[in-house]
Design a protein around this ligand. Structure first.
Ligand code: ATP
Ligand code: MG
Length: 406
C-alpha cells in the first residue's frame, strides 16, 4: 500500500462513521503541483479518542494537541483533529489548542500554499486561504499578518526559505520584510528544529538560492554568529558547486569551507550534528588541500582512497578550486591514479603482525607500533608484497634502528 493508499483508507473509515476527513497541508500542495508528496496527513473533526477507538493500531503522538498516528500495513498516517492554536507564550509552543472546524484549522497553518485541504472522495480542493492563487503565482505568503504569524513561531521564517528553495518560489514582499525584521529571533528556536530546516535548504540542488536567502534575510548571521562575512561569501561559492545530490555533512563542509576546524566543529556541535556526521565533516575539513599534491606517495593515496569519504573529499576540493578560480590539474592527476588502482586491495592485511615483528627482533613497546606502521606503508607502496620480502625488510629496519639507537 502506498502512503496515499494508507491515507485514503483512513479517510474512508472516518467517513463511514460520519466524520469529516480530508487530506491536509503539504500533500495537497504537492498534488496540485504535480509533485510526489512526502507524506499524506489527514485532518478530521473526529477527536483523538474517537480516532483511537476506530483503528486497530494507533500511537498517541500528540493527542493533547489532537494528533494521532494510525499504523496500517507498515505505513504511518498522521491524523489530526481540526484545531485552532490559542496564544503562543514564547514564539515556540502554542499555550492551548481548541478543536474546531476545517476553516479555522487552515488559518493556523503557516503559508497559504500549505493551508489547503483535499477531499479525495469528492475530488475537491478546499481552499480557505488563497493557496491555489499563490501556487499559480509561485509565491510563499503567510496566512494572515506575517509579523504576527512569525511571532507565534519563529521557525516559520526558516520554513519560508526552505519552501522558496525547494519549489523555487518567490517570498511575498510583506512576508519577506517581516523575516528581515524578525531574523534575530531565530535564536529562540531549538537547535534541532533549526538544523532540520537548514539541512533541507543546504542539501537541496537549489541551495545557491538558499544561501543567498539566508544571508539576505539576516537569518544566516544570527544562526552562524561566529562566521565572518568572508567565510560566508566563500561558503556560498563553494556549496553550490558541490554535486546535485549531497548529504548533510558534505553540505556543511561546503558552507564551512573557509572556516577553521575549531570554529566549524563548534558550530556543528551547536547544530547537534550526530557523531557519524561529525566524523565525516571533520575528515573533509581536515583533508582540505591534501589532494592538491597530485604526486603524493602511493601509500598515502591508497590510504585516502580506502576511506569511505574519498570521493566526497574529491568533489569538495574540486568545488573549492572552482570557487577560487584555481587549477584542477592536481585533482585530475589524483583521479587518474585512483582509477588505475581499481581492483587492487587498498587496505590489505599487514604482511606481518606484531608478534611476528617481535620474533624477528623488534623490542616490545612503542618500537613495534612504529615498525608496523612503516612496514605497512612499504607494503601499500608495493615495495614489499610477500611475507618473505617483509621479513627481509623488517630485519634490515631493525638492524638499522637498533644500531642507530645504540
Ligand atoms: P514537507 O513536504 O517538507 O513534509 P509539509 O508542508 O508537509 O512539507 P510538514 O512540516 O510536514 O510540512 O507540516 C505539515 C503541515 O503542517 C504543513 O503543510 C503546514 O500546513 C503545517 N505546519 C507545519 N509546521 C508548521 C508551523 N511551524 N506553523 C504552522 N503550520 C505548520
Ligand atoms: Mg509533511
Amino acid at each position: 500500500m502506498s502512503n496515499r493508499g494508507g491515507a485514503l483508507y483512513v479517510v474512508k473509515c472516518l467517513r463511514q462513521e460520519g466524520f469529516t476527513a480530508l487530506f491536509a497541508g503539504g500533500c495537497v500542495r504537492d498534488m496540485l503541483l504535480g509533485r510526489r508528496a512526502n507524506d499524506y496527513d489527514v485532518a478530521t473533526d473526529a477527536v483523538p479518542e474517537e480516532i483511537i477507538g476506530l483503528f486497530r493500531r494507533t500511537l498517541k503522538i500528540g493527542a493533547k494537541f489532537g494528533v494521532v498516528m494510525v499504523l496500517r500495513d507498515g505505513k504511518q498516517i498522521e491524523v489530526a483533529t481540526f484545531r485552532a492554536e490559542g496564544g503562543y507564550a514564547d514564539g515556540r509552543h502554542p499555550k492551548t489548542v481548541k478543536f474546531t472546524t476545517a476553516k479555522e484549522d487552515a488559518l493556523r497553518r503557516d503559508f497559504t500554499i500549505n493551508g489547503m485541504f483535499y477531499d479525495p472522495m469528492g475530488r475537491e480542493v478546499l481552499d480557505f486561504v488563497g493557496g491555489r492563487e499563490d501556487l499559480k503565482r509561485r509565491m510563499i505568503r503567510t496566512i494572515g499578518t506575517a509579523h504576527e504569524r512569525f511571532g507565534e513561531d519563529y521557525l516559520r521564517m526558516l520554513r519560508a526559505v526552505r519552501f522558496a528553495v525547494r519549489l523555487d518560489f518567490e517570498i511575498e514582499r510583506k512576508t519577506w520584510e517581516a523575516i528581515r525584521e524578525l531574523a534575530g529571533k531565530i535564536v529562540h528556536i531549538s537547535a534541532e528544529r533549526i538544523a532540520a530546516e537548514l539541512e533541507g535548504i543546504l542539501t537541496h540542488p537549489n541551495r545557491k538560492r538558499g544561501t543567498q536567502l539566508l544571508c539576505q534575510s539576516g537569518l544566516a548571521i544570527h544562526i552562524f554568529s561566529t562566521m565572518t562575512d568572508d567565510e560566508m561569501i566563500e561558503g556560498v561559492e563553494v556549496i553550490w558547486r558541490l554535486g546535485k545530490r549531497i548529504d548533510w555533512p558534505m553540505a556543511l563542509a561546503g558552507w564551512f569551507a573557509a572556516m577553521n576546524m575549531k570554529k566549524a566543529l563548534a558550530t556543528a556541535e551547536m547544530l547537534k550534528l550526530s557523531g557519524m556526521a561529525t566524523k565525516h565533516l571533520r575528515f573533509l575539513l581536515d583533508k582540505r588541500g591534501v589532494l592538491l599534491d597530485g604526486d603524493m606517495s602511493l601509500a598515502e593515496l591508497k590510504m585516502l582512497a580506502a576511506t569511505p569519504y574519498f570521493w566526497d573529499l574529491y568533489d569538495f576540493q574540486a568545488a573549492i578550486q572552482k570557487a577560487r578560480g584555481e587549477s584542477l590539474a592536481a585533482l585530475a592527476k589524483i583521479k587518474k591514479r585512483v582509477m588505475a588502482l581499481k581492483g587492487k586491495n587498498l587496505c590489505p592485511k599487514p604482511l606481518l603482525d606484531g608478534n611476528e615483528l617481535i620474533v624477528l627482533g623488534a623490542v616490545p613497546g612503542p618500537m613495534v607500533g612504529r615498525l608496523g606502521r612503516e612496514m605497512y606503508v612499504a607494503q601499500l607502496a608495493e615495495e614489499i608484497s610477500t611475507a618473505a620480502q617483509a621479513k627481509a625488510w623488517v630485519e634490515s629496519w631493525i638492524k638499522k634502528h637498533i644500531t642507530d639507537e645504540q
